[in-house]
Ligand binder design. Sequence first.
Ligand code: XMP
Length: 506
Amino acid sequence: NVLILDFGSQYTQLIARRVRELNIYCEIHPFNNPPQDVSGFKAVILSGSPFSVRSEDAPHPDLSAIKGKLPLLAVCYGAQYLAHFNGGSVEPSDIREYGRANLSYINSSEPFFEGIEEGSQVWMSHSDTIKKLPEGGVRVASTADVENAAYRIEGEETYAIQFHPEVYHTTDGRQLLENFLVKIAGVAQTWTPDNFVDMTVADLKKKVGDGKVVLGLSGGVDSTVAAVLLNKAIGKNLYCIFVNNGLLRKNEFENVLKQYEGMGLNVKGVDASARFLEALKGVEDPELKRKAIGRVFIEVFDDEAHELKDVEWLGQGTIYPDVIESISVKGPSATIKSHHNVGGLPDFMKLKVVEPLNMLFKDEVRRVGASMGIDAELLGRHPFPGPGLGIRILGDITAEKVRMLQEVDHIFIEGLKSWGLYDKVWQAGAMLLPVNSVGVMGDERTYEKCVALRAVESTDGMTADWVHLPYDFLQKVSNDIINKVKGVNRVVYDISSKPPATIEWE
Ligand code: XMP
């Protein structure tokens, strides 16, 4: 178990992911709210930070229970922090130290650098530099521009590096982390999907016991994996509800429901399409649509939860990035989770919450799902927004528009699959535009709808690039859509990146 103390760097989550990739469990805690007792941790990593150690409001945590007592790796700000407050000095650097650099000197007798050679590429991102090492500091690596690129403290298992081992451009970053965590700190590499499943199922049995859990399935990866874990632990005491809001993809409700049943889940499909459509009638504003869809979902879910007797728990597929967000250095995010705010809420939100995935990153959720035998196709699904096609039909929503867009989307997505492109794309979908344009079909003039296709590459949806889909593919899909979908006579492809555009159009 490794502790990562976060000083607010944009890369802190990446450190955690790299550590997890070594099959080592780690937790991120904000520097201003660290765990009371650190004795259970086998090693500690200090992250980078947007602050300069010399600024007044720079993070200044008390490391007395850590430094010299536990193996410690200080990255970037962490390295400067240890220097600055322990007799060294940190000053603004003359040149901007940002981007790729190479380790021109390495003390190769250090186990820290085992398997790493001089010339190894590292990623720098800092504007201060360590001019003088702290007490007991011994330089162990340099680059052409950064003399103190890495140091260690005599007599301690403390290592400090100015560069970022977690960033992909640091070629031997993984090896460095492994050297520190495994060779130096002796941490066991036992964080595997199978172990996670065994551990979590045992924990869930203990925590929930004979209690009943209600869980909303969405067809997405997170809620599915959460349900399968809970099912392993408590079986028929897990009640899953899968709501059709009428804005899912073509045949999705029926297909996914069948899949869930095939997985042995105790699931009830609730077709509330009409109720959602009714609530959306005439609503054009994207945010009002989202609100209406959210509100009706809560009503439907609450009605269903009331049908169940003696439910104590609400199961959720919350994953680790959401948790980190809510405990981050910057404080809880603006969108405080609604279940923390109990007064006046629907009854199911007053239930105790059980979140079996709240320690996992997305890629780990997939690996855990695979280790439990969940279908690879389900685990590899593109993300799909909660409001579904509702925010891909620009302007007001009608049953006819939903049908049209479902057909278009189906042709596009099935096309991506049959051309072997689906897994190369992070997310794809079609938008029905509130635009009619003139066309000709045979001898007839048409005046029909226009659709936009969108396919993006991304890692987390925060930024995205449009995918350069082959022209042949676009041509085929465009033909199929215009020939097969009544009411559509024009197809365009969205070539905007995020930022400044967003992935969805609404
Ligand atoms: P944007 O359009 O903001 O989308 O670039 C980023 C990611 O978020 C998804 N998205 C949503 N997901 N409810 C959701 O559950 C929403 O209201 C919503 N809006 C956008 C979007 O599909 C993309 O993956």
